[in-house]
Design a protein around this ligand. Structure first.
Ligand SMILES: [Zn+2]
Length: 132
């Protein structure tokens, strides 16, 4: 069973490596990154929950769930690693105003110095204004 544990953890980690590769390539959409972190945290919560059930089973019914628990712990660890990577990515690009370059809070919707909209893509996807 140890090989499957290894594979699963490896998958999650290589997924994280992919995120790093993305970083050097193009700017990552901050809101997307934040959503990914939010999702990962939800997945981790679910895993904790599952581990709790497995622990209960092994104590209450004497079922040996050690492998399963170890596997899930490994996945949680990898997911935390991924969150750290995502967070450091988000720090790099967050949160300079696309207009004036002043640093802002990660949650800021508008620049605190010039009032520019911070939720538009930092990479320069300027909102399209149509002439009528
Ligand atoms: Zn600004």
């Amino acid at each position: 069973m140890s090989s499957s544990i290894f594979d699963t953890v490896k998958d999650v980690v290589s997924d994280a490596a992919h995120v790093v590769a993305q970083k050097s390539g193009e700017l990552i959409d901050v809101s997307k990154t934040k959503y990914a972190i939010f999702e990962l945290k939800g997945e981790i919560r679910k895993l904790y929950n599952e581990i709790g059930k497995l622990m209960y089973q092994s104590f209450a019914d004497g079922v040996d769930n050690d492998d399963d628990i170890k596997l899930k712990c490994g996945i949680i660890k990898a997911k935390y690693a991924k969150i750290r990577i995502l967070e450091s990515n988000a720090e790099d690009i967050e949160f300079k105003c696309p207009k004036c370059g002043s640093p802002n809070d990660a949650d800021a919707e508008y620049c605190s110095s010039c009032g520019a909209n911070m939720t538009v893509d930092v990479h320069g996807a300027v909102e399209h204004e149509e002439d009528e």
